[in-house]
Write a protein that binds this ligand. Structure first.
Ligand SMILES: Cc1cc2nc3c(=O)[nH]c(=O)nc-3n(C[C@H](O)[C@H](O)[C@H](O)COP(=O)(O)OP(=O)(O)OC[C@H]3O[C@@H](n4cnc5c(N)ncnc54)[C@H](O)[C@@H]3O)c2cc1C
Length: 500
């Protein structure tokens, strides 16, 4: 009887503990869960995980380990079947990152080790009397602790962030953007995609996402050389004509374990010192990884299990079928973002935050439904990341525990930062009447409707006062139910056959 080490689909790394200490007779258990496959809401999401897990299993064998690669109904069945077949003395794994998986594997009696896949020691933060309360204080701490872009105790360039320089709208001509990295599919990957396409919506876009460690390193090098140098200035923009702009698209590789955040940061910092990446872009990008990603992880770990079900604004509208199936939508911004998602299984941050989450917040869509859908549809979707991003930052469903005010914007903001409003049936500057942009109407209505709930949210007080002072506030509130119906409208994607 040997020991068994269980590896999940987001733990695909040989470079973290305990791999170096595993004896060669350790059995490696990997489980394809039919339940999880069914929950995926995009063919690219599910094919990416399965292709990467299968490639990793081949490498496990190349390294001389025995693999037990199981296709089971769910994780519980996979563990039970493995125990029956192998009767291991010890069954252990690195801590799962999601709440459900953590409690499930504990219930199943699997020994759980500390996850070494982050840059931050959450327990050290938990033990402090005074913990960081904002991303900004956390990120300054990270810069100093990890000694990144620092000159002694001073940040390089004399300032901690370059947000001011990094808020450029989309260039008037739409800009030119580096072609996305891709790696052609193997024959077995193509067969996998062909099989899954019958059961999952979305276009096949697997080639745009790395499935192996060597592809992930190749994508990282490509991002450092061609993409991240242009990241900073336009990080808040979005384009109807381009799905990626200068975003690295590294999130799936990092989330699956194919890249460690430390090596991503080191590659970008080295390129900065070599003069290939300007400081605002290097700082802006590194802040995403050492700051945002780690901060979201820390928040997830420090919050209790009631956090994901928060609904501070009592938003109860259903997730529209047009969104769930990435179908047609009357608003050009939502239709465009759903189109990008359908085609690639991914949206960049601004499309998620300022179009989808913004529209959901303004139209009162249930934050838990939004979160569940995003976890299944995005190639980088993960329960732990969605919590602070969707329940916190995206929808303000936690009442301000993550952001000091709701991230909301009307049509004017979308029009300023993107080209989505060109050719749209609705006008971003119009608040009421048939051509009113639903986001513009709902921006003002949101502030009026949630007047009491937002009374103690000081950073939104000027906008609340402006809403209360609007001479057309009655007309706005009369128009609002219609605007909500427009956001909830649209057609299901005809190629979507599942009951969802
Ligand atoms: C509503 C909403 C849902 C989101 N859902 C997810 C999700 O399921 N999975 C996920 O990984 N990210 C999620 N994010 C965060 C962010 O949008 C993605 O990480 C980012 O778009 C990935 O693209 P990129 O690799 O090009 O990122 P870049 O802009 O190039 O940033 C570099 C890296 O920083 C990290 N990062 C940046 N911002 C965040 C953030 N807010 N939270 C966590 N990590 C961050 C990612 O690892 C990313 O790869 C969500 C954001 C919002 C607003």
């Amino acid at each position: 009887m040997a020991d068994t080490f269980l590896v999940l689909g987001d733990q695909l790394s040989f470079d973290v503990a305990p791999w170096a200490e595993l004896s060669s007779d350790t059995v490696i258990l990997m489980i394809e869960s039919a339940e999880l496959i069914d929950q995926a809401r995009h063919v690219t999401r599910v094919s990416l995980y399965l292709a990467a897990m299968r490639a990793f299993a081949d490498q496990v064998v190349e390294r001389g380990f025995t693999i037990d690669y199981r296709k089971s109904t769910n994780f519980s069945a996979g563990v039970r079947e493995h125990r029956e077949a192998f009767t291991p003395d010890r069954l252990f794994m690195n801590a799962p990152r999601g709440r459900h998986a953590r409690s499930l594997f504990q219930r199943l009696g699997v020994e759980v080790l500390t996850d070494k896949f982050y840059l931050t020691d959450v327990e050290e933060i938990r033990a402090r009397k005074k913990r960081p309360t904002t991303l900004e204080t956390f990120q300054r701490e990270q810069r100093q602790r990890l000694n990144i872009l620092m000159d002694g105790s001073t940040p390089l360039g004399g300032q901690w962030n370059f947000d001011h320089d990094n808020r450029e709208p989309l260039p008037r001509d739409g800009g030119t953007w580096p072609e996305p990295w891709f790696a052609p599919l193997t024959t077995s990957e193509q067969e996998l995609v062909n099989d899954l396409r019958h059961h999952h919506p979305g276009d096949e876009a697997l080639k745009f996402w790395p499935r192996t460690r060597s592809q992930a390193l190749d994508q990282l090098q490509d991002a450092v050389e061609r993409i991240i140098p242009a990241f900073g200035p336009h990080e808040d923009a979005a384009s109807a004509d381009n799905w990626h702009l200068a975003h690295s698209r590294l999130s799936p590789a990092i989330n699956m374990g194919l890249l460690h955040p430390a090596e991503v940061v080191a590659a970008v910092s080295d390129a900065f010192y070599a003069g290939h990446i300007p400081l605002p872009s290097a700082e802006g990008f590194i802040r995403q990884v050492t700051g945002w990603r780690e901060w979201i992880w820390v928040l997830h770990q420090l919050r209790d299990e009631t956090y994901p079900s928060r609904n501070f604004l009592d938003a109860r509208n259903p997730l529209p079928q047009s969104w769930a199936t990435m179908g047609e939508h009357p608003m050009r911004c939502i239709e465009g973002v759903l189109g990008h998602l359908h085609a690639y299984g991914w949206n960049h941050h601004i499309e998620r935050l300022m179009i989808l989450a913004n529209a959901a917040t303004l139209a009162g869509i249930d934050p838990q439904a939004l979160s569940r859908w995003m976890i299944g549809a995005y190639v980088d979707g993960a329960e732990w990341v969605m919590e602070a991003n969707v329940i916190g930052m995206g929808t303000f469903a936690d009442g301000g525990q993550t952001s000091t005010k709701p991230y909301i914007g009307g049509g004017n903001y979308i029009s300023k930062m993107t080209n989505y409003c060109k050719g749209c049936a609705f006008s971003p500057t119009v608040r009421t009447g048939p051509t009113a942009c639903p986001l513009t109407t709902l921006y003002w209505d949101f502030l009026l409707r949630n007047e009491a709930a937002l009374a103690t949210v000081h950073r939104i007080a000027p906008q609340r006062r402006a809403a209360l002072a609007r001479p057309d506030r009655d007309e706005i509130q009369a128009q609002a139910p219609h605007a909500v119906q427009v956001v909830l409208a649209g057609k299901r994607n005809a190629s979507f056959h599942l009951d969802s």
